[in-house]
Write a protein that binds this ligand. Sequence first.
Ligand code: CA
Ligand code: CA
Length: 206
Amino acid sequence: MKVKAHSRSGFTLIEVLIASVIFALIAVNIAMVTRTGSQAAANGVMRELLDSELDLTLDRIKLALMSASADNVYPQVSAPASNERIEFSTSLGVEAGVHVMGDPERIEWIPTENETGRVIWTQAAGLPGERQIQWSKSVPTLQNKEVINLGDDNFNGLVDEPGLSFHMNHASDEEMQVFITLTVTKTDSSGKVVPANRQVNITCRN
Ligand SMILES: [Ca+2]
Ligand SMILES: [Ca+2]
């Protein structure tokens, strides 16, 4: 008697289902690894932009204030108080024995409709040739970890200080020092607000 061989071709439904599940699991894993990798890369770029904006803004403020005349810097507030605005004139040099002063300038924090405000440098403030230049648009209302409560929450010696803050140290027998404290923030790929902050100081000659 001839027995018909049971030939097999193709896959059973179970095999197809198992293969599909394995394929789906691998695809999900690849997607997760890729997403984590690209998120990490995006956050690395964001961190570099954040640091460079902080450095560049502080460098510009320092450079502008470097030749400010100590007698022409307002308001002169000392820690724990500080101000989000500084007005000054720079000394251009001496002409016929008299100090020649440059046009009045101003550096200040200005709020926007967003959560962060702008740092603006004004040249020839109040004069016909007045000019305003933006140095940053990522500065929050208050310094990192500071809240309005009449206390120093971030332990930097300043109370309720703004995101851009200026304060002075002017001992009678010393040259005036201006301290600049700045917080800059950016939002990472997961929507989290990441801050960077630093304090620098410069000495103003009389
Ligand atoms: Ca503080
Ligand atoms: Ca506070």
